[in-house]
Design a protein around this ligand. Structure first.
Ligand SMILES: [Zn+2]
Length: 66
């Protein structure tokens, strides 16, 4: 029979059980998670800017041809 665990949440970074008032098990986990989200956001921004640049280039090239 599995033991009944007291109310708890799981660390948002590594999934370990933590107290319900906490989001992360350690400060390192919190820092790691924030860094990961920041990297993800950066990648998304680069993708977004990159597609706009490609679109602009396509528009400019098609205008220049005429
Ligand atoms: Zn953790």
């Amino acid at each position: 029979m599995p033991e009944r665990l007291p109310q708890h949440k799981h660390c948002l970074n590594c999934g370990k059980a933590v107290a319900p008032s906490k989001e992360f098990c350690t400060e390192e986990c919190e820092t790691e998670r924030i860094g990961m989200l920041r990297r993800k956001r950066r990648q998304l921004l680069i993708l977004y800017v990159g597609s706009i640049v490609v679109l602009l280039l396509a528009v400019i090239l098609s205008v220049v041809q005429f």
